[in-house]
Design a protein. Structure first.
Length: 450
């Protein structure tokens, strides 16, 4: 009976010892394992340019004790490229090591993540477990957009319709770039007010800010303004508006002359505060009964000339020519007497003019472009017909006229008596005979006017 009791006692002690040993072995097996649930890798974020010594992982939560008089585990770092991470094994804490350098996510360093292994050695059983730590470097909006050119340039014809896209040079890599990531690196464009060119920001617009395409908003006029300096701002799209970064450039817009104006006659004297010419009258004079060969081309003062008001159309080969013509005139039979060259405006006489029939001509001349432009110019042309001394004197009332003195010599002074109808006393005109013909016509005239 006593022997059986001792046997059972020893068996109980053995079971107890085995239980304790099993518990100890089980405890040693848990060392180096993670004391948390979830994925095996530890993933933590950190901002780029974080300060040296920034805590990456506050506690790895690895089972076991790495410090004290009887440590059960031993911790160390593996695959720690460039030594960006420092491990405190006692507290199982990881720190950033950026001494003398900057953790930069942007080029040229382009550090987007850091991956290290925390190696745990179970000192009781000798097993090794590696725990991955992935440090994700978050982008900060620490870079401003940078334009790829100092200035940008475009030339636009003044006849370009409003609403036309006149510049797309900010698209792609030709515009501004930002090496930041995500919204911090996305660029949008706006036109800023230019105090040195106060009309530029209302004349042009960028309705689609992400594209940067510049659109014409107001009609251009080469005669008023030939160049615009447009200030274009590029900004990133950081979520915090106060953190958005900007940069600016200048877009130079040259306005090209278009065919929007008609000709004008020269000389042009402008009406005050306008670009309109004052009415112009050209002058010419012709002796009556003159043979056309003796006067052609007719001398007109000033010379008839018209020019296109669009003086800088490019290329010069696109500039229209000027065509001249006589539009209307008085007397109505002017076409029988005058002709104007269509391209040179040279005026010629077609046949002699009798002043008894026409003392003057008032014509309206027209200048128009040879491309059908709908805005002609007009000027007046006044032609005076000069009297020729080919008439005998005459009395202004019924008179008995007697010719005397046939045979007067050249150089003799004779008196012509002209009696006005309202009195008996005439006016004596002294004339020196200049030719035999005049001598033959010289007469002493008497009258019996009442």
């Amino acid at each position: 009976m006593l022997q059986r009791f001792c046997l059972w006692k020893r068996l109980a002690v053995g079971i107890a010892v085995a239980t304790v040993l099993a518990a100890c072995l089980a405890q040693n097996d848990e060392d180096c394992k993670l004391a948390r649930t979830g994925p095996p890798a530890t993933i933590v974020p950190i901002d780029e340019e974080s300060r040296n010594g920034t805590i990456l992982v506050d506690n790895m939560l690895i089972k076991g004790t790495a410090g004290g008089p009887d440590p059960t585990i031993e911790l160390s770092l593996k695959d720690n490229a460039d030594y960006w991470v420092i491990l405190d094994p006692i507290s199982q804490r990881l720190y950033l090591n950026s001494t003398g350098r900057v953790l930069d996510r942007d080029p040229p360093m382009s550090i987007q993540s850091i991956v290290v292994q925390v190696q745990c050695v179970n000192k009781k059983v000798g097993t090794i477990i590696n725990h991955e730590v992935r440090i994700v470097v978050r982008d900060r909006n620490d870079n401003s957009p940078q334009f790829q050119q100092q200035q940008y340039y475009v030339a636009v014809n003044e006849l370009t319709p409003v609403g036309t896209t006149i510049f797309t040079g900010f698209s792609g890599s030709s515009g501004a770039t930002d090496i930041d990531d995500g919204p911090n690196g996305q660029i949008e464009y706006v036109i800023q007010y230019n105090p040195s060119d106060k009309t530029s920001n209302r004349t042009f617009d960028i309705p689609l800010t992400l594209s940067g395409a510049v659109v014409l908003r107001e009609r251009l006029n080469y005669e008023e303004k030939t160049r615009y300096y447009v200030i274009v701002q590029a900004n990133d799209r950081a979520q915090n508006l106060n953190e958005r970064r900007t940069s600016t450039t200048t877009l130079t817009v040259d306005v090209l002359d278009g065919d929007d104006l008609g000709p004008m006659f020269l000389p042009c004297v402008l009406v005050n505060n306008t670009r309109d010419c004052r009415p112009l009258t050209y002058q010419a004079s012709l002796p009556e009964l003159t043979d056309p060969a003796d006067v052609n081309p007719i001398d007109v003062t000033p010379p008839i000339q018209a020019i296109d008001q669009d003086r800088n159309i490019q290329p010069p080969s696109d500039r229209p020519g000027i065509l001249y013509s006589i539009l209307v005139g008085t007397p109505e039979d002017y076409p029988q007497y005058f002709h104007m060259n269509r391209t040179t405006a040279v005026l010629t006489l077609l046949k002699p003019i009798n002043r008894d029939l026409h003392q003057k001509f008032d014509l309206v001349i027209k200048a128009e472009q040879d491309n059908g432009h709908p805005l002609p110019a007009f000027a007046n042309l006044h032609i005076e017909i000069l009297d020729e001394n080919n008439q005998n004197p005459y009395f202004t009332c019924n008179a008995d006229v007697r010719e005397q003195g046939i045979g007067f010599n050249v150089g003799v002074e004779v008196i012509h008596a002209v009696l006005l109808p309202y009195g008996r006393h005439g006016i004596s005109l002294l004339e020196r005979l200049q030719s035999p013909e005049q001598a033959k016509r010289a007469a002493t005239m008497g009258t019996s006017c009442p």
